[in-house]
Design a binder for this molecule. Structure first.
Ligand code: MFK
Length: 560
């Protein structure tokens, strides 16, 4: 009898993550002038290759995690974070490839944000979410610039925007306290002036991501200020003394998180940490909002990048894995599920980059009053929609791999654990939905958004797509009808429906963007399959408005 070696499954492989990405390339071809596209293509191809190499390193480094060293051998409290080698390498790559600076150097005007976020999109899933400290670095740079605080701009921006790994700084965003990750106005940290007149911060920060950063923006309540977000002030601090020891900061422990485990997130106490006011002694929540909006944009791009990574792996695996007499790539049911996920990804992709386009326009050309309301609405809507998609897609991808998807050393469970951070960080789906509802109600935001969605589909004329144009319009009418009737019943009904409302708006806008892109593909690129993502995404569903009494849900929700 011939003894055969047991079967060994070939693992999934990644190709150049830029060259392989038809969705990214066709989007860039549509929105960028040809000379910009030509200018940036090489940098994206380089990142596409780095993404492959770092993915392999990431898999090999899977079990390494950052460590907190609190004491030295002689009993001195040192509170030092030992970062993993790959995490430190990611910081160097980020500086060298200007993952933050590209947006501020503005080599391509309003398109610079698109260039920057295309790079971020390629790098993030191979970086163990190094995009987190970079998001806050970008947010800090923007917040300081808007503050017009000359001294802080001169001090910090050259570091935040450096291309030199030696001088590059990242920034933390130290906001969350035990009293309120969402209701930030409950923050208990205080600020008092010392005998020199310098501000000293005291208090416990409960969830400080990227604790290894060189600086942070944070909130504290100056002595004598009133309660709530208005009574907080925005402060700038540097985390270390000249000798590298923490600047009156105690690091108690690193969070034992479900995912993003390479990212050192800590519980800390500020014990008289010296800090400087960024702008004024109050309105801290309003003043830190630019940072939130930037990090929410990063969150959206990161969520989309994770979907793309999962799909790239699943597609490759489908060619390598056989079952029941054929490869998975030949199995209609496998393909049907994959197609549904690809449509979700493409919808999220267009949403996220559409948000980036508006951010680029705001920074380079300025926005009209109506456009400001639009961007204020788009940021939470796109963040919450893409974040929910990322969890759903990651869960399905893991399942597509069967048992291998459930085994840690394939690296696949990481996709799901890391994706779960997207709907939690930077505002949960609930908090962002309420923020969205507030803007819709207080600033006539609905009519602004509706006008924009209709503008996106105005040029969609191909007969394969026009049925869906009508569906978009009908959904907008449904939303309007529901809002009017829910408002009549009372604020509680509007609030209960806020999540469905925000997701419906996000998914309807996504469909409109897919339709606009499909029209371009059919008309300009003569791609006969150009309508596929829009048709399939519509089938996945986009109108989530429920007409039943949502307040009545209380009975069901609380039933034992
Ligand atoms: C890839 C991963 C990248 C992620 C990096 C993560 C690292 C960071 C980790 C974390 O820290 S996660 C914690 C994140 N926490 C949040 O995101 C907070 C979520 N909660 C909210 O967003 C609440 O809506 C908010 C705290 C803002 C509500 O607080 P308040 O005190 O009720 O504020 P209010 O009254 O809504 O707003 C105060 C002012 O700010 C208003 O302006 P006026 O004073 O002029 O009226 C608002 O219009 C303005 N404002 C609030 N949010 C804004 C904003 N302005 C512009 N954009 C916004 N988003």
């Amino acid at each position: 009898m011939i003894m055969r070696d047991p079967f060994v499954q070939a693992p999934p492989q990644l190709g150049n993550q830029y060259l392989d990405d038809e969705v990214l390339i066709s989007y860039l071809n549509r929105v960028l002038p040809a000379e910009v596209m030509q200018d940036i293509a090489a940098s994206l191809e380089e990142l596409g290759e780095i993404a492959v190499n770092h993915y392999a390193l990431q898999l090999a480094d899977r079990e390494n995690e950052p460590k907190l060293v609190q004491w030295d051998a002689w009993g001195n409290r040192v509170d030092r974070i030992e970062l993993t080698a790959l995490w430190q390498e990611a910081e160097k790559v980020a500086a060298r490839l200007s993952l933050v600076a590209t947006a501020y150097e503005k080599a391509h005007g309003k398109y610079s944000r698109i260039h920057q976020f295309a790079k971020v999109y390629l790098f993030t899933p191979s970086s163990d979410i190094y995009s987190c400290p970079l998001a806050m670095t970008d947010g800090a740079a923007r917040t300081l610039m808007l503050s017009q605080n000359k001294a802080l701009i001169e001090r910090a921006l050259p570091h935040l925007l450096s291309r030199d790994p030696e001088s590059f700084w990242t920034s933390g965003q130290w906001m969350t306290e035990a009293s309120g990750g969402s209701d930030v106005g409950l923050s208990e940290s205080t600020a008092v002036r010392d005998e020199r007149g310098a501000w000293r911060l005291h208090g416990r920060k409960w969830f400080t991501s990227a604790i290894a950063s060189q600086m942070a923006l944070t909130l504290a309540r100056p002595d004598g200020n009133g309660p709530g977000g208005k009574g907080l002030a925005l402060f700038y601090l540097e985390t270390r003394n000249a000798d590298g020891t923490p600047q009156n900061i105690l690091i108690h422990r690193l969070k034992d998180k479900l995912g993003t485990r390479k990212l050192p997130t800590a519980e800390i106490t500020l014990k008289g940490t010296e800090a400087e006011l960024v702008m004024g002694t109050a309105d801290g929540v309003r003043n830190i909002a630019p940072m939130l909006n930037i990090t929410r944009t990063w969150n959206s791009i990161s969520a989309v990048s994770y979907m793309r990574r999962g799909l790239a792996l699943a597609r490759d695996y489908a060619q390598r894995r056989s079952a029941f007499g054929a490869t998975l790539a030949e199995k209609p049911l496998f393909l049907d599920t994959l197609a549904g996920l690809q449509a979700e990804f493409e919808a999220g992709f267009h949403l996220a980059f559409y948000l980036v386009e508006w951010l680029g326009k705001e920074e380079n050309e300025g926005l009209s009053a109506e456009e400001q309301i639009l961007l204020r609405l788009l940021t939470p809507i796109v963040k919450l929609t893409t974040a929910r998609q990322a969890v759903l897609v990651a869960s399905e991808i893991v399942e597509l791999f069967g048992g291998a998807g459930y085994v840690e050393d394939t690296g696949l469970p990481l996709l799901l654990r890391d994706s779960q951070v997207f709907p939690i960080w930077e505002g949960t789906t609930h908090v962002l939905a309420l923020d969205c509802l507030n803007t819709l109600e207080s600033k006539s935001g609905f009519s602004v958004l509706k006008t924009e969605i209709l503008r996106c589909i105005a040029g969609v004329s191909d007969v394969r797509l026009t049925r869906l144009v009508e569906s978009v319009k009908n959904t907008l009418t449904n939303v309007e009808t529901w809002r009017a009737s829910a408002a009549n019943v009372g604020v509680a009904n509007l609030e209960a429906g806020a999540r469905r409302l925000a997701l419906t708006l996000g998914r309807t806008l996504a469909l409109a963007l897919l339709l606009r892109h499909a029209q371009w593909m059919l008309e300009m690129v003569h791609d006969v399959q150009g309508d596929r993502a829009a048709l399939r995404f519509a089938q996945n569903g986009f109108d989530l408005i429920a007409t039943e009494d949502l307040v009545g849900a209380k009975y069901l929700a609380l039933r034992e």
